[in-house]
Design a protein around this ligand. Structure first.
Ligand code: FE2
Length: 201
């Protein structure tokens, strides 16, 4: 894979592109992702901070990505897919958030690819869910036990990849430290909300 040479210029763009480059390098080293990121344009987003971001400060793991994340965190637009209405507790929400690096809405624009950094708090569970795009999680910090339909449960940690096919149900339980991952989605419905599943849904 080749990444576009990061342009000099606006500091936010440089830092986000540097973070993306480190994330993709890590994913490539662990697997064989076939991504073409050569010509994606920059479309600045208004930065937004969430309480979950405080967990980045003490993170360890895949050092090049975590260091680049620490440099870029204040330039990203941190968001949440879920809320209290989805049955999540306030504690769960206080430790949870994600920010796009690549998406149809930016900050690096692609109609066919969504790459984000996501955070979940220590000890919390992301309930079973599914979505149309195929997905690769790149574990950057912390560890978790993944429960993916059709596979034995598996504990993963920094540097590991976890792949899911379209609509393959999956969830995970976070270990004793916050979980920080890169998520890479490809396919249709990149901005659609994941479908929570399980007996109480
Ligand atoms: Fe997922």
């Amino acid at each position: 894979m080749t990444l576009a040479t990061a342009k000099s210029g606006a500091c936010p763009e440089q830092r986000v592109r540097d973070l993306l480059a480190e994330l993709v390098r890590t994913a490539d080293a662990a697997g064989d992702l076939d991504l073409c990121l050569s010509s994606f344009e920059w479309c600045a987003e208004e930065p937004r901070y969430l309480p979950a971001c405080r967990q980045i400060e003490g993170a360890t793991g895949v050092t090049p990505v975590i260091d680049a994340l620490k440099d870029a965190v204040g330039f990203l637009r941190w968001q949440q897919t879920y809320g209290l209405q989805d049955g999540m507790s306030q504690g769960w929400l206080d430790d949870y958030g994600w920010a796009h690096l690549v998406s149809p809405d930016g900050p690096i624009v692609s109609a066919s690819l969504r790459i984000a950094i996501a955070i979940w708090g220590a000890g919390y569970t992301y309930p079973a869910h599914a979505h149309g795009p195929k997905e690769t999680y790149v574990i950057l910090s912390g560890d978790a036990v993944f429960d993916s339909a059709g596979r034995p449960k598996r504990r993963v940690g920094p540097g590991d990849l976890v792949h899911h096919a379209p609509w393959q149900t999956h969830g995970f339980a976070v270990g004793d430290t916050p979980l920080i991952v890169g998520t890479i989605w490809q396919g249709e419905g990149l901005l659609q909300k994941s479908r929570l599943e399980g007996p109480d849904r």
